[in-house]
Design a protein around this ligand. Sequence first.
Ligand SMILES: [Zn+2]
Length: 318
Amino acid sequence: MIKVPKEFDAEEYRQWALDNIYYKMYSSKGSKTQNSIFNKLREHIQNDQMLNKDLRNYLLVESNLINLLVGSPKEILNSGENLEGELFTKHFVKTRYPELRTEFGGIISKKLNLRICPYCNRAYTFSVQKNLGGNTKTFQLDHIYPKEKYPYLAINIFNLVPVCAACNHDKLNFSDEFINPFEQSWDKSGVAFKWKYSDETERLVELIPHTEDFEIYINHKDIDFVKNSIQALGLEEIYSEHKTEALEIIKLAQKYNTSYIEELSKYEGLNLNEFKIKRDLLGPNLDAKDHHKRPLAKFTRDIAEDVGFLKPVEPPDS
Ligand SMILES: [Zn+2]
């Protein structure tokens, strides 16, 4: 998984979401007052006869309510509060979430600056405006904690992430532990794409494989959320279809060997060095911090490392 960009600031995002999403969702047309979210929701809470007394009292505390919108989902889950209530399914899941998705999905995607699906790193996730009007969305919003199981997190800003339609579909209703792009990255989870010959023969650098001769596989730490995510998203199967792209990298590495790169670097007029040559060959955004900018960036980086073309780098802390 590709983590939200390094420059992401959770506190700033929280305030941005209150100002730009929730105040607008809950205020009467035109008005924007500090208390509008709470006042509007209080009507629902007070009118809901099905709501048990404890939950009603809990929700009538403004900070608790705001926390459900912009607090950390993990902390909400760990708080031990019993948040079982039809209110959340009726109001959050069925009414407010569709509104949030339609009205604010585009600005969430822009704000997070995730151009590529954080789950598969293959599809773009930005939205564009068509000339004739209306949003043409190239992404869907995923509930990191599924809204069917956790309706009280259905409109929480840290539970929503733009992903591609295929990943969203694969993850639908998947409620086991899953990687969270706000907290974890593939690199930090020890996930790396590798290749090997299908018949286990020793890999020879000078031997150019054919697409049918080798396999792509994924190395990763033995952690539940990593295994679940790879399996549910079918990443091993999907990436095994990228052998053509892997082969291009393997061939580049063989052609642009150390002595060839040294030769090229000597041409003064070209102003080249090893880094520039490799970047020109493989494309930009190969550092872990930039993997959210280009499809297959992590795959390209990993295969280039695996074949010894790029030096391994320590994944960044955030
Ligand atoms: Zn995806």
